[in-house]
Design a protein around this ligand. Structure first.
Ligand code: HPA
Length: 273
């Protein structure tokens, strides 16, 4: 067994001491959506701290735990608090939770995040269906020796965000009367927000939303053959588009305000997956 897979399997062993729950869908909660997990039928909760070798989140407002439970009849594992590259972790740490959730049984991955909006007509509070991503100045999480247990050396990336799951999200939004934007998510490392010049660059590259997570998680999940979808919550307009300076508290407050519609959408969509 490869070194990385060995670490994942050690984590699996640790989780299995607490629960034998087998999730089908993994959900990663972005800033402000942390309490989504309180609204589902919970079977068990496991703090990241209880898993040996597991990286821990250090960002204020990010809880670090897995919540196992059901959304309708769909068994899910929810990551309440993710691991960001800007916290100083290696890419191996950043994507370990994704590999762990897959190893526990999850075949689908629903990624959510808070992001800065730069698409034409985007407004604060919008929800954007992620149709594709650009991983920009961020190390590829698959660098290094490839472990075939996870996937092939050169994974195809032509449909990272499943068209089928995108359709389910759009149908669910329609059913709930929620209007959706769609577009390309661009990941930079952070932790500084972008300059107006960098946002102009992002726009030239074809991005509609910018953030500090998600793309690398999607790369790792795609490598393992997971079916992926993602939604960005536009918590602010990106630098230079917005007149006011960006601050983390405002981003979180905006995410909290839109949490009900975001949560309703994720719930309905996951119940159909
Ligand atoms: N830029 C990068 N990441 C973010 C932003 C932003 O404007 N808003 C929320 N996450």
């Amino acid at each position: 067994m490869g070194v990385l897979n060995n670490r994942v399997q050690k984590c699996v062993k640790c989780v299995r001491k607490y629960t034998d729950f087998v999730p089908k869908t993994a959900i990663v909660l972005g800033s402000g959506l942390g309490n989504f997990a309180d609204t589902i039928k919970v079977e068990s909760i496991l703090d990241y701290g209880d898993i040996d070798e597991f990286p821990r989140s250090t960002v204020a407002g990010h809880k670090g735990r897995f919540v196992f439970g059901y959304i309708e009849s769909n068994p899910v594992v929810i990551m309440q608090g993710r691991v960001h590259f800007y916290e100083g972790y290696t890419m191996e740490d950043v994507i370990l939770p994704i590999r762990l959730m897959h190893a526990l049984g999850a075949e689908k991955l629903f990624l959510t995040n808070a992001a800065g909006g730069l698409g034409d007509g985007f407004e604060c509070g919008d929800l954007m269906l992620i149709t594709d991503h650009i991983s920009c100045f961020v190390p590829n999480p698959l660098l290094g020796k490839n472990e075939e247990e996870f996937g092939v050396r050169f994974p195809d990336m032509s449909e990272v965000y499943s068209k089928k799951l995108q359709g389910i999200v759009l149908d669910s939004a329609r059913e709930l009367g929620i209007s959706m934007k769609n577009g390309v998510y661009l990941q930079l490392t952070g932790p500084s927000y972008e300059t107006p010049a960098e946002i102009r660059m992002c726009k030239l590259l074809g991005a509609s939303a910018v953030g500090m997570s998600t793309a690398v998680e999607a790369i790792a999940a795609n490598h393992m053959g997971m079916e992926i979808c993602g939604i960005s919550f536009i918590s602010n307009l990106a630098a230079g588009i917005n007149e006011t300076p960006l601050c983390h508290e405002e981003v979180k407050a905006a995410a909290d305000a839109a949490a009900p519609k975001f949560q309703a959408l994720v719930k309905l969509a996951v119940s159909k997956m």
